[in-house]
Ligand binder design. Structure first.
Ligand code: 5AD
Ligand code: SF4
Length: 461
């Protein structure tokens, strides 16, 4: 810890109205952390502001692939010019890049005065207050903890219809390509009581859809700090929260998905029929080299069991192309996996070397142009499958949780945008206001490349 004591006593009243701006890169866990930070700073009297009006910047970073990391450097380069013109401006950098690069940020960007890792997020609001009062102070919160650091409840007012709830931090899997276990540390589960209490509070304050978050939710509770509750047990407890309409979770490692979790898709009526199940590759040799600990056959077995429990479950996935040693034949096996499973969507990435991971030292790296070619071919295949899935929805009555006004227009007036039970985007016209957060029954009438269109029936509720 690079922390030193405060040079003077301060009063909270000194600090009201500090304008802050949060920039978020990366996964949903970072989005959830940024949401919590926003609520916690607002509860302290600080005000969210546009970039050109802010005094304090918080950047949550991601280092899972090379490209997101570059984005952080170019962003800090841009903020530096602004900070040079406005000396009261300072920044906090958190998340995976911060954990990795550490105090080096201070040397390159002197206006960065707080560096925090994921385990330090809970202490950021009070640390920012101290930094705002003492211009000479710099703080680093990079220590890993051996337990899930509970955070103060952020605010007591109403919340939006959709909310995220962290159930764990870190990962123990060490997949050969992945930097996460190094930047987020070992897996630490939150207690089931703490998770359920937060879910109850969010639903009481207006949330209708909750997404449970963790790097590998299927191994929830299986670490030293777990209280014995399994992930399936947690799902049952959260699904029983009165008033919760939709329950989702992400991300799942296929090797850890328990039969009881699959069964939950049959038995829990508010568990959304959708699952993000990263396959990464369709070739056994590549799965083994990645250290994923499942075969294609095992993956397909899980898919069959899920569809037996919940026939219309919408499956999505992550794929890496061009992992070291991936042959054209291996790649074709990944294409055939997409055809066999028929995911509704797939996030696909070119393999990118990350410092210190096992794959970095592997031979037979695939050339950049070949990775780009494979990615393009794969995305073409998936786009077709996605389009076919969307077309198959036409004529169906979908339940749509409205997320807000849509950018779409066609002369019929305002459009609204939401998601169906499987997470597909649905746009529909409606002249009413205040539909955000409501549930609407929508007859699907058309399919676009990445979304559906329809018409609302009856009143939203
Ligand atoms: N290169 C490319 N993609 C990666 N991912 C994780 N690490 C790498 C890497 N080194 C992808 C995986 C993971 C998703 C979040 O990012 O597909 O599921
Ligand atoms: Fe990374 Fe594998 Fe852990 Fe996912 S399960 S965070 S890919 S190490």
């Amino acid at each position: 810890m690079g922390q030193r004591s405060l040079s003077r006593e301060y009063q909270i009243g000194d600090l009201l109205d500090v304008r802050f701006h949060i920039l978020t890169f990366g996964c949903q866990m970072n989005v959830a952390d940024s949401d919590w930070l926003t609520r916690s700073l607002v509860a302290r009297g600080w005000m969210p502001a546009a970039e050109e009006e802010a005094q304090v910047f918080v950047v949550t970073t991601c280092s899972v692939r090379e490209k997101p990391e570059q984005k952080v450097y170019s962003l800090l380069g841009r903020l530096k010019e602004y900070a040079d013109r406005n000396p009261e401006v300072f920044a906090a950098v958190g998340g995976c890049v911060a954990q990795q690069v550490g105090e080096e940020f201070w040397r390159r960007f002197p206006f960065v005065r707080l560096i925090f890792g994921t385990d330090g997020t809970g202490m950021v609001p009070q640390t920012l207050e101290r930094l705002a009062l003492d211009a000479g102070l710099r703080v680093s919160l990079l220590d890993f903890l051996d337990h899930y650091p509970e955070r103060e409840p952020a605010g007591s007012g109403n919340v939006g219809a959709q909310a995220f709830v962290n159930i764990m931090q870190g990962c123990d899997n060490f997949c050969a390509y992945c930097i996460v276990p190094f930047t987020r540390g070992r897996q630490k589960s939150r207690t089931a009581d703490a998770v359920v209490a937060e879910c109850e509070s969010l639903v009481r304050r207006g949330a209708r859809e909750l997404t449970l978050l963790g790097q590998n939710v299927n191994s929830y509770g299986q670490d030293r700090r777990g209280d014995g509750t399994t992930f399936a047990g947690l799902l049952h407890r959260v699904a029983a929260v009165p008033g919760l309409l939709r329950l989702k979770f992400t991300t799942s490692h296929p090797k850890d998905i328990a039969p009881e979790v699959i069964e939950a898709f049959r038995t829990l009526s508010n568990l959304s029929p959708q699952l993000h199940l990263p396959a990464q590759s369709g070739a056994d040799s590549i799965l083994a080299a990645m250290g994923r600990k499942y075969t294609r056959e095992r993956y397909m077995g899980i898919v069959r069991d899920l569809r037996a429990a919940c026939p219309h479950i919408a499956l999505s996935t992550d794929i890496i192309v061009g992992f070291p040693g991936e042959t054209v034949r291996d790649f074709e096996e990944t294409l055939s996996l997409l055809e066999e499973v028929r995911f509704i969507s797939a996030f696909s990435f070119k393999y990118s070397d990350r410092p210190g991971v096992r794959a970095e030292k592997m031979d037979f790296k695939v050339p950049e142009e070949e990775k780009a070619r494979r990615l393009e071919v794969l995305q073409e295949v998936q786009n077709r499958i996605t389009a076919e899935d969307l077309l198959a929805q036409v004529g169906r009555r979908a339940l749509v949780l409205v997320e807000g006004p849509s950018r779409m227009q066609d002369g019929r007036g305002a459009f609204w945008r939401g998601r169906d039970e499987g997470g597909r985007i649905v746009n529909f016209p409606h002249s009413g206001t205040g539909l955000t957060g409501k549930m609407a029954e929508v007859v699907i009438l058309g399919a676009k490349k990445h979304s559906l269109t329809g018409e609302m029936r009856g009143a939203a509720w």
